[in-house]
Design a protein around this ligand. Sequence first.
Ligand code: GLC
Ligand code: CA
Length: 541
Amino acid sequence: MNDLWYKDAVFYELNVRAFYDSNGDGHGDLRGVIEKLDYLVDLGVDCIWLLPIYLSPLKDDGYDIADFYAVLSEYGGLNDLKLLISEAHRRGLRIIMDLVLNHTSDQHPWFQAARTSRNSPYRQYYVWSESTQKYSQTRIIFVDTQPSNWTWDEQAGQYFWHRFYACQPDLNYDSPAVQEEMLRVMRYWLDLGIDGFRADAVPYLFEREGTNCENLPETHAYLKRIRRFVNENYPGRILLCEANQWPEDVRPYFGDGDEFHMGFHFPVMPRIYMALERGQRQPLTWILERTPPIPEDCQWCIFLRNHDELTLEMVTEEERQWMWQVYAPEARMRLNLGIRRRLAPLLGNDRRKIELANSLLLTLPGSPIIYYGDEIGMGDDIWLPDRNGVRTPMQWQNTPNAGFSSAPPDRLYAPVIAREPYTPVRVNVADQVANPGSLWHTLRRMIALRKASRLFGWGSFTWADAGIDSVAAYWREEGPQRLLILNNLSESSHFVSLALPEVLGPEPIDLITNSKLTPASSSRLELELGPFEYRWIRFDG
Ligand code: GLC
Ligand code: CA
């Protein structure tokens, strides 16, 4: 068993509701995911991240949990989950799921009990106040809908604290009982065979007056405790940190290798889009230079899109305005401090740009996460509320309901994308799998190349000077293996000329085309890069 599997794994994030409906009720389900496991194996991913599958009133698509020990019935039951885990493991796939530590649904029995009486043992499970003045230095995250982090509860006769929707009261981590409860929750799912957790919204566990209530030492101390718990009882299982913060603030979440195994690199994501739009590598060089090293056994997680809005929290106000202008020209495309669109529409459905973005995703330091549907260039529906527009049914075929479900179309949990050029007529799995020239095949090839070499997950990363700022060029190196990655971020062709280290052998190979290159000399590589062209060039010393 390789406990460090996550260092070079390719992750795939999926929404059970949106993936495949096995029983024709209009909602995707766990059995549906089982039916599609071979598809995921074929694509080449290593680990699936399931969005929340817990019992929930679904006011925040399952991030509002009413019972940490039950599966939402539309998704199936515990037995379906067990079967999914064993079928995945049989195919060499791993599965992680969301762990929502920070809050529950207001429908959770703990909150229901807590609000009824100050003497309830559950009262202390939540954070209460007589006034809204407490913790006043704390920002609001859902700025579009939440006027305050405090909401008055009539029944409780007090305000309660919430960092997200008012239907998601924050748990009180000063309560030892809460700390124990969440360890129990973890134990339950880990005992079922889950390979780890994507830990939701971790910066906000503790509150302290006079701070912004994020990234507090008390929070880190508790997170270290859950890591010890995993190490001692479940070696090889992982904790992936969702902290939408600057790299220097995410860095402590890795601790000395004693906190999270992995952490999302949020700020690199918008900068991939900035670099592509400006045709300049500076946004990327800037953020990676600002990214501190992490312990050897830890890993960044990088992504182009996920189930939320493309967040613009980790950019300057000026950059945010510019990103909105170019990537979200219509008001409906914006949400909170972000953009609620999918990868393909964001990049104008330009195949060259979509491939280039994926070239960056798969070669920058960290393990990549692919968001379901982006591997075929699915579109979004900005007419749906909240973030639902990027959570529409997976498009399997050019048949009714995109082959997602046999239910009548009006019974689907959400409509299939109905606007060109993204309808199932043009965008679907079956056609792309059948066509060797499709985006799906290109991505599959890139994933296979990545998996054939340790250097993507383990290798060092060094910027190379390609003589022009439009080209993001870098070396990835591990032992005797060296890979030069060239990404032309601009719409023009560029001639690049690169100095080669002397130690390199004579015969570089272009991995993407699987052909030999002939450098002008043993000390320089010169070549022409077409608009948005990328090259992965291997030198074996
Ligand atoms: C995370 C999730 C998001 C959810 C929020 C509150 O940011 O990604 O979907 O709304 O936490 O749980
Ligand atoms: Ca179903």
